[in-house]
Design a protein around this ligand. Structure first.
Ligand code: PLP
Length: 387
C-alpha cells in the first residue's frame, strides 16, 4: 500500500488491488466463478478459499481497491448495503449493549433499528445529528457505538460529523457512518476519524444500477471481526457481482464529479421555479448546513429532494410528465431516477414516523445521472408547465 498517500483517487480507482493480478497477462481481471478452490495448507477456517468466506481473487481485488480509495486498512464486500449495515451492527454490538443512532436514517436501517434489533437484546436511542448536547443526555454506561449518515435520505441534512468523531472518542464508542450518499470521491470519513465507513455499493460505487452490493471499510481488527461474522451469516457477494463492482468503480470519480455538477444545476433551476416551494440540497446557499458541506465535502452528490405546490397528486402528475428520469427508487447510477420516498424508500415507516422525520407525501427525490444538465432542466421545465 506504500505510495497511496501521494496518489489521487482517480489513479487508485483504476489500479489499486489489481497490480499483482495479471492472470495469464489478462489486463482485465477475469471472473473466478468457482465456489471452492484447491486446499493449499490454510490453517484457519476463514482462510480456506470459498465464495462464502469472501476471499476469491475477485473479492481480494475489489476489497483492496475499496480499502485503498477510502484510506482504510481493510474492507469487506457484502451481498447488499443492508447486509453491510446489519452485519456490522451485530458485530460491534452484543446483547445488553446500547446504540445512539441519528434520527433520520435510510428507511431500511431505521426499520432494522426500530423493529428488529431489540430481538437481539440491543437498545437504541435516536438522536438529532446536529445536537451534541442530546447525545450526552442519551449516553448510557452500556452505550457502545454511534451511527450516522453523511447526508440524510431524503432530506439531505448534514450531521455535525466532526463532533460525532470527538464524542465517540471521548466516550470510547465505535463511530459508524453510512457514507453511501457522498461516496469516497466526495468525502472520506476514515480520514476524519470515523471507525467504520459503510456503503451501499448498489449506488455510486457500482454506478450502473445492475447489482446490489455493500461494503464496510475500517481498521483490520474491526473488519476481520465483521468478515468472520459475515462468513457465518452468509451475506457474501458473488464473484460475478464483485467483478461488475470492480469495473464500475473505475469510472467512479468521473461519474460523481458529473453528478455533483448536474445536481447543483438542477437544484438551482428548481429553486428558481415558481411551482417549487422547497428544495433540499446542501450545495444551495440557503441549506442550513451549506457551510459545513462546503468545508467537509468535495461535492454534494447527485441526490436532491423538493416539494411542488399542491398535494401528492401534483407530485405524481409531475413525475408522469417527465421524459428522462425513470420513476424508480435507488440512486447513484448513470441514469436519473425519481421517486416519492413515501412510496418507496420510506414506505415501511408509519405515518407518524414519517411526520417526525419531516418526509411529506408530496416530497419528490431526484437522483441525477450523468446526462447533460441542460437536457434534465429542460425536461423538468416542460413537465412543470401549467402544473
Ligand atoms: N444506505 C443508504 C443511504 C441507502 O440509500 C440504501 C439503499 O437505498 C442502503 C443503505 C441499503 O442498500 P442496499 O439496497 O444495497 O441494501
Amino acid at each position: 500500500m506504500s505510495g497511496d498517500a501521494s496518489m489521487n483517487i482517480e489513479t487508485l480507482l483504476i489500479h489499486a488491488g489489481e497490480e499483482d493480478k495479471k492472470h495469464s497477462g489478462a489486463v482485465s481481471l477475469p471472473v473466478f466463478q468457482s465456489a471452492t478452490f484447491a486446499y493449499s495448507g490454510e490453517d484457519n477456517y476463514h482462510d480456506v478459499k470459498y465464495i462464502r468466506l469472501n476471499n476469491t481473487p475477485n473479492h481480494d481485488a475489489v476489497q483492496e481497491k475499496l480499502a485503498r480509495i477510502a484510506g482504510g486498512e481493510q474492507a469487506v464486500v457484502t451481498a447488499s448495503g443492508m447486509a453491510a449495515i446489519t452485519t456490522s451492527l451485530l458485530t460491534v454490538l452484543k446483547q445488553g449493549d446500547h446504540l445512539l443512532a441519528q434520527d433520520c436514517l435510510y428507511g431500511g436501517t431505521q426499520s432494522f433499528l426500530t423493529r428488529a434489533i431489540a430481538d437481539f437484546g440491543i437498545g437504541v436511542d435516536f438522536v438529532p445529528g446536529n445536537e451534541p448536547d442530546v447525545w450526552e443526555e442519551r449516553l448510557r454506561p452500556d452505550t457502545r457505538a454511534i451511527y450516522v449518515e453523511t447526508m440524510s435520505n431524503p432530506l439531505l441534512e448534514v450531521a455535525d460529523l466532526q463532533s460525532v468523531v470527538a464524542f465517540a472518542r471521548s466516550h470510547r464508542l465505535i463511530s459508524m457512518i453510512d457514507n453511501t450518499f457522498a461516496s469516497p470521491v466526495n468525502f472520506r470519513p476514515l480520514d476524519m476519524g470515523f471507525d467504520l465507513s459503510l456503503h451501499s455499493c448498489t449506488k455510486y460505487l457500482n454506478g450502473h444500477s445492475d447489482i446490489v452490493a455493500g461494503c464496510v471499510i475500517g481498521n483490520s481488527d474491526l473488519i476481520t471481526r465483521i468478515t468472520h461474522r459475515l462468513n457465518l451469516m452468509g451475506g457474501c457477494l458473488d464473484p460475478h457481482a464483485c467483478s461488475l463492482l470492480l469495473r464500475g468503480m473505475k469510472t467512479l470519480a468521473l461519474r460523481v464529479e458529473k453528478q455533483n455538477e448536474n445536481a447543483q444545476a438542477l437544484a438551482s433551476f428548481l429553486e428558481a421555479h415558481p411551482a417549487v416551494v422547497r428544495v433540499n440540497y446542501p450545495g444551495l446557499s440557503g441549506h442550513p448546513q451549506y457551510n459545513r458541506a462546503k468545508t467537509l465535502f468535495n461535492g454534494c452528490g447527485g441526490v436532491l429532494s423538493f416539494e411542488v405546490a399542491g398535494d401528492y397528486r401534483v407530485a405524481d402528475e409531475l413525475i408522469s410528465r417527465l421524459k428522462l428520469p425513470v420513476s424508480a427508487p435507488s440512486l447513484g447510477g448513470v441514469e436519473t431516477l425519481i421517486t416519492r420516498p413515501v412510496q418507496t424508500s420510506h414506505a415501511e415507516l408509519s405515518v407518524g414516523e414519517r411526520e417526525t422525520a419531516g418526509i411529506s407525501e408530496r416530497l419528490i427525490r431526484v437522483a441525477v445521472g450523468i446526462e447533460a444538465a441542460a437536457d434534465l432542466c429542460a425536461d423538468f421545465e416542460q413537465a412543470m408547465e401549467g402544473l
